[in-house]
Design a protein around this ligand. Sequence first.
Ligand code: ZN
Ligand code: ZN
Length: 385
Amino acid sequence: MAQPLPPGPPFGGIVVRVSDEIRDRIRRTQRSTAAAGIDALLVSPGADLRYLTGYDAKPLERLTCLVLPADGDPVLIVPLLERSAAKAAAVEDLGLSIATWQETEDPYALTASHLRGMTSVAVDNHMWAEKVLQLRAALPDAEQVLAGPVLRELRMRKTPAEVHALRDAGAAIDRVHMRMGEWLRVGRTEREVGADIAGAIIDEGHVQVDFVIVGSGPHGASPHHEVSDRVIQAGETVVVDIGGTIAAGYCSDSTRNYVVGHHPPDDYAEYFAVLRAAQEAQCTYARPGVTAESVDAVGREMIAAAGFGAAFIHRTGHGIGMETHEDPYIVEGNDLVLEEGMAFSIEPGIYLEGRHGARIEDIVVCTADGAERLNDTPRDLVTLG
Ligand code: ZN
Ligand code: ZN
């Protein structure tokens, strides 16, 4: 599990008081909640709660819930046995009060007692259904809506402190890719290589391994293949897509392509060059003022023009922050205009089912007039041993 945010500076490599940063998030969220005509947000353990309080609470069957009224003081409902964990996360420094419930008490009635007279409450998008329904029963006069539309507007616009944290995460995963030759060799299984990579994800500065994809040969044509007992052969290309979470709570995600022991298959080089050029063009194109879908289109048109359009079977990318996948999504149909501080992946892929595939992935963050790449290891096919 990731650790709670450390109290006070430094935050993600620059000096920002964590409590000031989070207090500001709470204020901005309250303003947006009021503007949306919602009386209060109800936020259970997960990235939204961590974003708003710094508290990385365990997702348990017992109710932990932030009650954040549009107007008024926030209250964190916690089971008595979790009180010391909440206090250790310094939530009281934010001006939050903690309301505890004991094992035989009804936490939903306790929550409702902080919401008297309210007619519209928003629950976080990932709240467990059993909690949503219990809250509905405890608040029969309140309409339930999703908190996502309010929170995504804040979470997808990263502050300078958040960008620094994402930069740290990017550097950490780059250090893992730079060490790939230590582990990725002919005769080893994807699972063996993946276990070594997972260890290095922690060693190089993450507190949690989020995923490890080692797609050798034909497995490279399955974008979300993880690992298997398949033995890696000479001349096979391998898609390695890896990510973790650093102590500040921010995620990394980067894909590179390797070939081991021999040159790659003849038909690989042609489409890899197309992919490489498309990803480069997308990274150069992305900037404030263009739409998310236009970033997708720039690469997709190049790949289609080369005859591989049907082999690019997913969107170009996803936002990233306290979750690996969050807004904004870089996909056809998303006419969101990009802004400074938005961070997302650019990861086109070409997949030839049953043969091999490739994907190149960088995290980028929009600057005032362009996009900064947060990953910087070689993007060309890397030949190992
Ligand atoms: Zn990835
Ligand atoms: Zn990704």
